[in-house]
Design a protein around this ligand. Sequence first.
Ligand SMILES: Nc1ncnc2c1ncn2[C@@H]1O[C@H](COP(=O)(O)OP(=O)(O)OP(=O)(O)O)[C@@H](O)[C@H]1O
Ligand SMILES: [Mg+2]
Length: 427
Amino acid sequence: MEDIQTIKKQFGIIGNTPALNHAIEIACQVAKVDITVLIQGESGVGKEFFPNIIHKLSPRKQHPYIAVNCGAIPEGTIDSELFGHEKGSFTGATESRKGYFETADGGTIFLDEVAELPLTTQVRLLRVLETGEFIKVGSSKVQKTNVRVVAATNDNMHQSIQKGKFRMDLYYRLNTVPIFIPPLRERKDDIPLLFRRFAMGCSEAYNMPQIELTPEASIMLKNYRWDGNVRQLKNVTEQISIIEKDRLITPEILRKYLPDSNNSMLPVLMSESSSKEDTISMTERDILYKILFDMKAEVNELHATLNQIIKSQNMSDSTVKPLTDAMDNIHPQSEYIYDRIIEQDDKVEQAPYRIETVDNKPTITHKLEAKSAEIDEEPMTLEENEKILIKRALSRHKNKRKAADELGISERTLYRKIKEYDLENER
Ligand SMILES: Nc1ncnc2c1ncn2[C@@H]1O[C@H](COP(=O)(O)OP(=O)(O)OP(=O)(O)O)[C@@H](O)[C@H]1O
Ligand SMILES: [Mg+2]
């Protein structure tokens, strides 16, 4: 077994905390065996070292190593990049082309930002992982390859799976051996070592004296939150080295380079990673708002139409009741959305509609226009609203991907909902 310190030297890895050493140790162990590895950790923690270590210590080291940033390749071309294509298989495919899985035969492919892969590509990837088989885009010929996959992600994969963005079967297939790189704030003892190394690198590169920290500044550096992890520490060290005239860095100087540094001195219980897990993200909230506001417009329209029908058909109470009863039927997922919005933002309270509990179910009630006064305040369930929104988006776009984009949900979730609400038959 390779000595961990030697590996660190070989790959330029700085740090000596048990968590980092443990991650390197696992990488060395799995390198020899042909299994899939998933490297997880926040952005900037140093994930990119690991597929390299695994490849270079493996029997595949003489064969190609290809690193693919899945997040940087447009969705329309990723299948062709990974698996190749036949001539004429799409506009612009003037020649047939080998994909990475063919080129890397015998070697290793590093799939960085694997959570960004579109669902259709995930299906192809699962197949090649399980059987070694793949088919070029536009071909019907099954080809074989022998590639070891190492993947990395800074996403919360469980959330991606829950949201229908990542296949659970593929996650378990990729995650045969997980390697977790902890955030920098959880390996504080590495911070001064990294700082010194980056400061030294700068002083050598620009031929200037190396910066040093006062003991107080050193404590401040160690206690900072480092949301951007080692990447951020490297940038900050380089900025200070170049910009500051003084070579002895005090807390006053350091503070200028650490955004929100006063808060970061709070105990690490405030750590971003734990609060991020529990807090609805800005984008998620934006999407929810968009859905809710669209819902409001849709519901107003629906109520007006319903009111007109009731009036024009002279409907009896017994005919109207099933319609209103249906609206009271709420779906657990809608409850989840409701709970998150209520918890997270009291703006909802000020919105021009209300979310109330009717028969123990969260229900949106709308202040209706005068034209629909007869059914004023009639509650509608979130499920019903969601169904209407989905139907509208589908009829507007005639294309499920675009409809899913408009709704701010994944295509997979849209398919599930179409099935759940039986919308295929209603369209
Ligand atoms: N332990 C370390 N020692 C030396 N340099 C490091 C260490 N960890 C990270 N770095 C440096 O920090 C920067 C960010 O690391 P890397 O690109 O591996 O991050 P990442 O985990 O892949 O992030 P992302 O998820 O954003 O791609 C790189 O310049 C890398 O060399
Ligand atoms: Mg990376």
